[in-house]
Design a protein around this ligand. Structure first.
Ligand code: ATP
Length: 248
C-alpha cells in the first residue's frame, strides 16, 4: 500500500536544542495514526516540516510520494493541516474565510463543498458571522473546515480538541472518523490519551525528539498492560504512555 506520510531520518535543531533526532515513520494510506508525546517532544516540529513551514537539518519527508521540500506546492495540496493555534482575520465572515482559503489553493467556485463542510461541522448558522464574534470552539471548527477546503487526501490535526467542550470533542471525533472512513489518512496529535486510544489504529510516541514506541494501539495496550490485565484491571493508553515515558 502507498505511504501517505513517509518520514526518513528527520533531524532538526533549534540552536543547541535538538527537537527531532533521526525520526522515521511510514504512515500508510487510509491509516488513522496518532503521534503522542509530552510537551516539547517534537510533534509540532514534525508537523511543521510536513507542512513545509520548517526545514529539517537532515532527512526527507514525503506526502503521498511527493517530497515536501523539493515539490512544496504539490505536497501542500495533498495535505490539510489543522493547526494548534487559532489565528484568523477577525473581519472576515466564516464563509469569506473559507473562500479565501480556497483561493489560496487556486480553487474558485468552491461554495458547494464549503456548504457541505459547514453542514458537517455545524457551522452553517455561523456562515455570515464575523470570525471575531465566534466562541473558541466555533473558531476551532472553522480551523478544521479551512484544512478541508481543497479536499486533501492527508489530514494532520495538531491537538484539535485542546480546550474544547465535551460536546464539540465528540462531534469532532465523529467527523474525523467519517473522514477516515471516506478514505482520508489522518495524523493526529493529542494530549488526550483516551482520544488516541479511541480513534487511532497505530501510534508513535515521541520523547525528546526520538521515536520511543511505534505499534498498533492494540499491541501497545497488550504489551504494556499485561500486569493490570492479569489482575483483572482495565488497561488504558495512559498506563502505557506513563510506562514508555518512564523508559520501562
Ligand atoms: P507541545 O505538546 O507542547 O505542543 P511538541 O511536542 O509539539 O510540544 P515542539 O513544539 O515541536 O514540541 O517543540 C520541540 C522542542 O523544540 C521544544 O523544546 C521547543 O521549545 C523547541 N522549539 C520549537 N520551536 C522552536 C523555535 N522556533 N525556536 C526555538 N525552539 C523551538
Amino acid at each position: 500500500m502507498q505511504s501517505a506520510v513517509l518520514v526518513e531520518h528527520l533531524s532538526k535543531s533549534y540552536g543547541s536544542l535538538q527537537a527531532l533526532k533521526d525520526v522515521s515513520l511510514d504512515i500508510k494510506e487510509g491509516e488513522f495514526f496518532g503521534l503522542l508525546g509530552p510537551n516539547g517532544a517534537g510533534k509540532t516540529t514534525l508537523i511543521s516540516i510536513l507542512a513545509g513551514l520548517c526545514r529539517p537539518d537532515s532527512g526527507r519527508a514525503f506526502i503521498m510520494g511527493t517530497n515536501v521540500q523539493t515539490n512544496f506546492i504539490e505536497a501542500r495540496r495533498l495535505l490539510g493541516v489543522v493547526p494548534q493555534e487559532l489565528v484568523f482575520d477577525p473581519f472576515f465572515t466564516v464563509r469569506e474565510t473559507l473562500r479565501f482559503q480556497s483561493g489560496y489553493f487556486g480553487i474558485r467556485n468552491n461554495d458547494d463543498w464549503i456548504d457541505e463542510i459547514m453542514t458537517h461541522l455545524d457551522l452553517t448558522s455561523k456562515a455570515n458571522s464575523n470570525m471575531r464574534s465566534l466562541s473558541g470552539g466555533m473558531k476551532r471548527r472553522v480551523l478544521v473546515a479551512q484544512a478541508l477546503v481543497h479536499r486533501p487526501p492527508v489530514i494532520v490535526l495538531d491537538e484539535p480538541t485542546a480546550g474544547v467542550d465535551v460536546e464539540l470533542r465528540q462531534s469532532l471525533w465523529k467527523f474525523i472518523s467519517r473522514l477516515n472512513q471516506d478514505g482520508h489518512t489522518i495524523l493526529l496529535t493529542t494530549h488526550y490519551l483516551e482520544e488516541a486510544e479511541y480513534l487511532c489504529g497505530r501510534i508513535a510516541m515521541l520523547k525528546s525528539g526520538q521515536v520511543v514506541a511505534l505499534d498498533t494501539t492494540q499491541n501497545l495496550l497488550a504489551r504494556y498492560g499485561s500486569h493490570k490485565a492479569q489482575a483483572g484491571q482495565e488497561v488504558d493508553l495512559e498506563d502505557v504512555f506513563i510506562q514508555i515515558m518512564a523508559g520501562e
